[in-house]
Design a protein around this ligand. Structure first.
Ligand code: NCD
Ligand code: ZN
Length: 348
């Protein structure tokens, strides 16, 4: 790693939580990830979700066929955990490298999650197998009971689901995805090395005031919903301590502008073009740039037992004003923090 006042060179990062969608949108958003990251954990929540080996292979091929010339990018596929998933098929897919991990969405927790898990008791056999073969379980950590306040859903998930789950499956490898609360930070920090967590750029740089004060900004609406400053500060403290259980996961989740600027706003932030610059800005604000490389490029592969990338990426200190990147009707997207100026520019 080279850390200078106007230049940072780090091992090339990976994105451990990414939505690439499919069809035309995939073609438009993929280059913003494949130009920067070497690998990415690809979320399976397509409209027709990735729930079996065949759809996993097909989706991987589709992604690879859209990687621009000159970009070297490996999609790491995940399987959507449904209650009918066959443990033998999963094991075969893991050992043959088709699936790197399994993603668990509580039923109706987020975009396209109607195939999600209703009761943990219904997936005991699958979890036993995941534990046995040490295949990571990636978890969207929110309870979905309508009676639970939306700001409390992650903390409740930890009490109601994570504690009993970890008691029953202490050796299961779990990534708590896109954590957003002090409770999740504390839970990860107090767990053994079987538990890791991804942290998004938006949960580090924003809090719910950015979403709600003066006007509602639909482009900051995402799941888990942005929390108060206390929680934002807990996430920022977690990364500034250099704890290796936390790693980069952008959760870049594009929705076309008509679905964001609408009376029924979809949750998800398209941050692929700006995420790495935002992370650098936050680490610099925290005076923690010495941990920037481990968060972006080392803690993730170590958790997943994968080799570290050998090439590097350079960030230059140069103010740049964020512009919208994908402007192709009807697939226009609003880029995270458009109109703002960031100080670190990623050289490609
Ligand atoms: C994601 C999406 O749109 O697919 N949305 C989001 O707000 N993060 C789903 C998810 O990761 O929850
Ligand atoms: Zn996501």
């Amino acid at each position: 790693m080279i850390l200078q006042s106007n230049k940072i060179v780090i091992r090339r990062p990976d994105d451990w939580h990414l939505h690439l969608r499919d069809g035309d949108l995939l073609k438009l958003v993929l280059p913003y990830s494949s130009s920067t990251y070497s690998r990415a954990i690809i979320m399976p929540n397509l409209i027709s979700p990735i729930v079996d080996i065949k759809s996993g292979i097909d989706y991987r091929k589709l992604i690879l066929s859209n990687v621009p010339n000159g970009h070297i990018f490996s999609p790491l596929m995940t399987c959507y955990l449904t209650e009918v998933l066959d443990p033998d098929e999963l094991e075969q897919a893991f050992f043959s490298g088709i699936f790197t991990a399994v993603k668990m969405y509580p039923l109706y927790s987020t975009t396209n999650s109607s195939y999600g898990v209703n009761k943990i008791n219904n997936i005991t056999k699958i979890l036993e197998r995941l534990q046995k073969i040490q295949m990571p379980l990636l978890v969207h950590c929110e309870v979905t009971d309508f009676n639970i306040d939306i700001f409390d859903r992650e903390a409740r998930f930890i009490d109601d689901i994570m504690h009993p789950l970890r008691k029953q499956f202490p050796e299961l490898k779990i990534v708590m995805e896109h954590i957003s609360t002090k409770e999740a930070v504390e839970y990860v920090e107090s767990s053994d090395n079987k538990v890791g967590a991804t942290i998004t750029p938006h949960h580090l740089i924003l809090n719910r005031n950015d979403l709600l004060v003066h006007r509602i900004n639909p482009h900051f609406y995402c799941f888990p919903i942005l929390k108060s400053k206390v929680h934002q500060e807990a996430l920022r403290k977690a990364i500034s301590n250099g704890n290796s259980k936390f790693f980069l996961g952008t959760d870049s989740a594009p929705h076309i502008i008509n679905h964001k600027e609408n009376s029924q706003v979809q949750a998800g932030i398209f941050n692929a073009p700006t995420a790495l610059s935002v992370y650098a800005t936050v680490f610099e604000e925290l005076n923690a740039l010495r941990y920037f490389e481990s968060f972006c490029s080392e803690n993730g592969p170590r958790f997943y037992n994968l080799p570290l990338n050998q090439d590097t990426i350079t960030l230059i200190r140069k103010p740049w004003k964020i512009k919208n990147t994908v402007n192709l009707s009807p697939y226009s997207l609003v880029t995270f923090l458009v109109g703002n100026t960031l100080n670190w520019f990623v050289e490609n």
